[in-house]
Design a protein around this ligand. Structure first.
Ligand code: SF4
Length: 334
């Protein structure tokens, strides 16, 4: 029998002014920079020094002068920060904050898959463990996945892991037959489906549709656009970083958003005059929401939970992550 991990978040702390003051003072004392992913709770996004997607935050973590990084996000993101800055102390406010997509492939799975395709180039989405990154040639984000695959000679096989929806998007964009896709998925994104999208789009005919390519609906959104069910010029397949950029420039007064609902906070901040609505209000990542005000306070008070990556694994993973950063345009990733 597998032991079940208790995922009850730390609670009992209000994110009021005295909390904010203590967080800022403790961060200063620890020489810490606070990074928050776009899917974090609004109060965590608001207190952070930087908010963004995984690629933007990886870049900031790599370039920061701070000796401590407090990563308000999920575990693989904090691991990536440690891979890029092994000399820094990296804290995650709750080490139990995992990721169902990262869990969908292990290092052993990937080694076995590589053995079936000798000579193939491995491209892994950034939502993977350090061990999987160590087996990877190039990491990618949703915004640079297509460019990464295009950078590989056409006659070389490519193994793409772990997200099947992002893989399908890349295969369609590149038209590449020798791209093999791992059948992994994120339970949150997979829960946003085509019929729901079609229904919401029909009820909001003037709205733009911002869709993250990991959503189960990305394929069907393009299909619906092709069918004329959803006007093609309304459908925008965007990374979370690109969503913020697009929000600032769109002429639409209303936007339907297909990704984790934490994203709505950043979009409303970027363009308060636009009405942003979730395609699926239930698309909330419980792991992301484990970084509560209580967890962040505990983290800064007690210096927990520290993230460690085996130095040998980190050294092997670093090249793949660096290539992702070089090929990625700013503001990309989940
Ligand atoms: S939303 Fe999905 S992919 Fe993102 S951290 Fe949560 S489980 Fe992982």
């Amino acid at each position: 029998m597998t032991a079940t991990v208790d995922l009850t978040p730390y609670s009992g702390v209000d994110p009021d002014a005295s909390w904010a003051e203590e967080i800022r003072a403790l961060a200063k004392e620890r020489d810490a920079v606070l990074l928050a992913h776009n899917y974090q709770l609004p109060e965590i996004q608001d207190i952070a020094d930087h908010t963004g997607d995984s690629l933007a935050l990886s870049r900031i973590a790599a370039e920061s002068d701070a000796s401590t990084i407090v990563f308000c996000g999920v575990h693989f993101m904090a691991e990536t920060a440690k891979i890029l800055g092994p000399e820094k102390t990296v804290l995650i406010p709750d080490v139990r904050a995992g990721c169902s997509l990262a869990d969908s492939i292990t290092g052993a799975d990937l080694r076995a898959w590589k053995a079936e395709h000798p000579g193939a180039v491995v491209v892994s989405y950034v939502n993977t463990t350090a061990e999987v990154k160590a087996e990877t040639d190039i990491c990618c984000t949703s915004s640079n996945a297509v460019d990464v695959v295009r950078s590989i000679p056409a006659d070389q096989d490519v193994l793409f892991a772990p997200d099947q929806f992002l893989g399908a998007h890349v295969k369609r964009e590149t038209g590449r037959e020798n791209l093999y896709i791992w059948a992994g998925e994120c339970h949150v994104h997979a829960g946003i489906n085509g019929p729901e999208l079609a229904e919401r789009a029909a009820a909001n005919p003037d709205a733009d549709l911002f869709i993250h390519p990991e959503c189960g609906c990305a394929t069907s959104a393009l299909y619906l656009a092709g069918e004329g069910t959803v006007p093609a010029d309304k459908v925008k397949i965007l990374s979370t970083g690109d969503m913020v950029t697009q929000a600032r420039s769109t002429k639409a007064r209303s936007v339907l958003v297909a990704t984790e609902i934490g994203m709505l906070h950043q979009l409303r901040r970027a363009a308060p005059e636009i009405e942003f609505k979730a395609v699926n209000d239930r698309a909330s990542c419980r792991y992301m929401k484990m970084i509560t005000p209580a967890a962040l306070l505990r983290s800064l008070r007690e210096g927990r939970d520290e993230v460690h990556v085996d130095p040998e694994i980190a050294a092997r993973a670093r090249g793949a992550v660096r290539r992702m950063i070089e090929i990625g345009k700013p503001g990309g990733g989940e």
